[in-house]
Design a protein around this ligand. Structure first.
Ligand code: NAD
Ligand code: MG
Length: 393
């Protein structure tokens, strides 16, 4: 029996995790669920899975949550605030933590789970992009196991040899990691119409159903850029060992190319319950509720090279990855601010990459290594991006 905390339970990944967990009551029990704003959903989830704790990130909602919990007959203890998020992620009773808060807000609770040596199911890629070396070093020290939940990284993890040595791709005979991406909804849209892309259009992914921020990131391919950085940290790969491949059907979730000419791919229907189930049960396999891939219906698989004019964010992220930690932290922060502004209809779709690029241009290159320095760069980049957006309005 594994005891779980699910950070970001009310989101797309959180709901899929609870779906998988509910299929295996003999294997998993829920210790804590956390959420930010959707109180009713969170409390009803807690009631269904008999969670011991519910954490509301936003402290100002505590009284509302308590009142609603009483009305709904929820038995869980209600906690609130950022310290409580870290506490339920690191509590001694907990074996595994699903890190599924979106964005930088997930960094501290995810790090708390890492430092406490938990099995960390990492969906919150932004946490790793922001803290890179610090995150990986903390995991090595505490012996936390990091299981990638991002479908691409989960696929790569499945395609690596079981005795893969972190950072030593050559020793395993690996020549490159092929990170696949669908190219999002605008892969074929004429470039001269990009500035009129609406929020509704950008929030509609052709293959995956996800939260709004990652859906917009998929449309700009910033998501693939963040995943590029994530892959470097997760597998100890250098930027030149990773290639991004467009694969619009999202059936191959990523591949590993070996020096003998073999390519190992992981495939399946685009459903996050597969990587979640793999992360939960590793090294075993459990049923996830995902329908089997029907090759007779899967049609044709196609591949292409991403066009950097169409996806300027992708190149920004690859360049930031080469530049180092301050750049990736700043890019992630600027992107969170610009995507939010786009979702609030304050800036155009094409302004997202513009704001991200200008934020990086305005800040001097520096070295960062401590958590405090990382948080300071995150703050500085948010401030810079916000000022740039004000100038655009
Ligand atoms: P979502 O927007 O659906 O859910 C986000 C969750 O985070 C919610 O539970 C929300 O309450 C919580 N949250 C938001 N702001 C918070 C704050 N300030 N403090 C505490 N909690 C807060 O997002 P999602 O699509 O489930 O994505 C979650 C993470 O997983 C992201 O990092 C995303 O990149 C990653 N991911 C998602 C998918 C997917 O299919 N959805 C796939 C791969 C990776
Ligand atoms: Mg992904």
């Amino acid at each position: 029996m594994q005891t779980l905390t699910i950070l970001g339970a009310t989101g797309s990944i959180g709901c899929s995790t609870l779906d998988v967990v509910a299929r295996h009551p003999d294997k998993y029990r829920v210790f804590a669920l956390t959420g930010n704003s959707q109180l009713e959903r969170l409390l009803s989830q807690a009631k269904t899975c008999s969670a011991r704790y519910v954490v509301i990130a936003d402290e100002s909602r505590y009284a509302d949550a308590q009142e609603l919990a009483n009305a709904m007959g929820v038995q869980s203890e209600i906690l609130c605030g950022s310290q409580a998020l870290e506490d339920v992620a690191s509590a001694p009773e907990v074996d595994a933590v699903m890190a599924a808060i979106v964005g930088a807000a997930g960094l501290l609770p995810t790090l708390a789970a890492v430092k406490a040596g938990k099995r960390v199911l990492l969906a919150n890629k932004e946490a790793l992009v922001m803290s890179g070396a610090l995150f990986i070093d903390a995991a090595k020290q505490s012996k936390a196991s990091i299981l990638p939940i991002d479908s691409e990284h989960n696929a790569i993890f499945q395609c690596l040899p079981r005795d893969f040595e972190y950072g030593n791709l050559e020793k395993s005979g690996i020549s490159s990691i092929l990170l696949t991406g669908s190219g999002g909804p605008f892969r074929e849209r004429p470039l001269d119409s990009f500035s009129s892309i609406t929020v509704e259009e950008a929030c509609h992914h052709p293959n995956w159903s996800m939260g709004r921020k990652i859906t917009v990131d998929s449309a700009t391919m910033m998501n693939k850029g963040l995943e590029f950085i994530e892959a470097c940290w997760l597998f100890g790969a250098s930027a030149r060992q990773i290639d991004v491949v467009l694969h619009p059907q999202s059936t191959i979730h990523s591949m590993v190319q070996y020096i003998d000419g073999s390519v190992i791919a992981q495939m399946g229907n685009p459903d996050m319950r597969t990587p979640i189930a793999y992360g939960l049960a590793f090294p075993e396999r459990i049923e996830a509720g995902v329908s089997p891939l029907d090759f007779m219906k899967a049609g044709t698989f196609t591949f292409d090279t991403p066009c950097h004019e169409r996806y300027p964010n992708l190149q920004l992220a690859i360049d930031a990855c080469e530049e180092g930690q301050a750049a990736t932290t700043r890019l992630n922060a600027a992107n969170e601010v610009s995507v939010e502004a786009f979702l609030n209809k304050e800036i155009a779709f094409t302004d997202i990459a513009r704001v991200n690029a200008h934020t990086l241009d305005q800040l001097e290159p520096i070295n960062v290594s401590t958590l405090q320095q990382i948080l300071e760069q995150d703050r500085l980049a948010r401030e810079t991006a916000t000022t740039l957006i004000r100038g655009l309005r």
